[in-house]
Design a protein around this ligand. Structure first.
Ligand SMILES: Cc1ncc(COP(=O)(O)O)c(C=O)c1O
Length: 389
């Protein structure tokens, strides 16, 4: 048996070593507190589940769904974008539901990238941006996200030859893993840059509803000209605590959406319809839980930042996302520091280098951990710090 060479181009999964270590420690009976997973701990709101259960009883929803999703779902997504961002979308041409946004993020590379083509990808960044490029046979040019630039890419630093050759640019704000935010002024620069170099933009925005201190993140599509050159990926995962149900969407440029539809219609048969009905209820029903869960996350954010500060780990105060991107002490690599923390305190975090080489010097901590475990985790961190002084 001979596997395709493209598999050899996939880089080793950096979290494997840490995950193995966690599994070994747990097998030995150790209690590991994990700040490593970005998956809401709060349940999907009850009214959404009730709707899904009712839809699951209907035989009409037992059959193959369509790749394009139910027309009512596309309409509900368009209405949500209009209500939330004042962005008007044609539900037939500018909206496509996805089996979780990760699925569409991975597949869209197939629409643009030929072997040896280039995509501009943020570093650090969500790994599927460059994994999709690799699977399509292309290469990534990494745009460093530096703290001194507020973790925004510096378009002027990208050589013109690279920008002209690239087909696609990935952006993601509010950002995973840095939790940085971007305003419309930044998106305007991005649109201008894309127009200059004939690039398509894929903006990934699953965290626009996870925001604090009264901040309301914008949509990339609010920018003039954005829809002419780009799309925005969004998701019900983080907003409605629906990571396990697998439903997201891509909206914007009709040509890009049609291209992705053509790929997907040959690979998948859409999202189970009971879940599409649940998504309609999520988008159209009460939005009350969003403010409630942001209040909980903000309280956790403030507690954890205080504990991190006490042990000498500096981090910016996130205005959005449920991640803290903390600087580690000098003299350690992200991986060494992550292992040390795990060995000596039973606390699991994510090493920054899991998101790219610019993540060196950082760790990511997620706030999606129950209040009790957060409290225990912080006490352990403080005790560990006292012990190691
Ligand atoms: C930046 C970013 N994009 C996309 C996703 C994928 O979300 P979904 O559950 O919709 O596939 C995640 C999940 O962690 C993410 O952090």
């Amino acid at each position: 048996m001979e596997l395709a060479n493209r598999l050899n181009r996939l880089p080793p999964y950096l979290f494997v070593e840490i995950n193995q270590k966690i599994a070994e420690l747990r097998a030995r009976g150790e209690d590991i507190i994990s700040f490593a997973i970005g998956d809401p701990d709060l349940p999907t709101p009850a009214h959404i589940i009730e709707h899904m259960c009712r839809a699951a009883q209907d035989p009409a929803n037992h059959r193959y769904p369509e790749t394009a999703g139910l027309p009512e779902l596309r309409q509900a997504i368009a209405e949500w974008y209009e209500r939330r961002f004042r962005v008007t979308l044609n539900p037939a041409k500018e909206v496509l539901p996805l089996i979780g946004s990760k699925e569409g993020i991975g597949h869209i590379a197939l629409c643009f990238i030929e072997p040896s083509d280039l995509a501009l990808v943020p570093d650090p960044g969500y790994p599927p941006f460059f994994m999709g490029t690799i699977l399509a046979g292309g290469k990534s040019y990494f745009m460093p996200l530096k703290e001194e630039n507020d973790f925004l890419p510096d378009f002027k630093a990208i050589p013109a030859g690279v920008a002209d050759k690239a087909k696609l640019m990935w952006l993601n704000y509010p950002n995973n893993p840095t939790s940085a935010i971007a305003g419309l002024d930044f998106f305007e620069k991005a649109v201008h840059f894309a127009q200059q170099h004939d690039l398509a933009i894929c903006h990934d925005a699953p965290y626009t509803e996870v925001a604090f201190d009264g901040y309301k993140p914008p949509s990339f599509l609010q920018t003039a000209g954005a829809k002419k050159i780009g799309v925005e990926f969004h998701s019900l995962s983080k907003t409605y605590h629906m990571t396990g149900w697998r439903i997201g969407m891509v909206v914007g440029n009709a040509g890009m959406i049609d291209a992705l539809f053509r790929v997907k219609s040959n690979l998948d048969s859409g999202i189970p319809q009971a879940i599409q009905h649940a998504a309609m209820e999520a988008l159209r029903g009460s939005q009350q839980h969003i403010a409630e869960s942001n209040t909980i996350l903000q309280r956790r954010r403030d507690k954890l930042l205080k504990a991190l500060d006490e042990i000498g780990l500096k981090a910016r105060i996130p205005k959005a996302t449920f991640y803290i991107w903390a600087k580690i002490p000098q003299g350690y690599t992200s991986m060494d520091f992550t292992k040390k923390l795990l060995d000596e305190s039973g606390i699991a975090v994510t090493p920054g280098t899991g998101y790219g080489k610019e993540g060196e010097g950082y760790i990511r901590l997620s706030l999606t951990i129950s209040d009790d475990r957060l409290e225990q985790g912080m006490n352990r961190l403080l005790a560990w710090h006292r012990r190691s002084k």
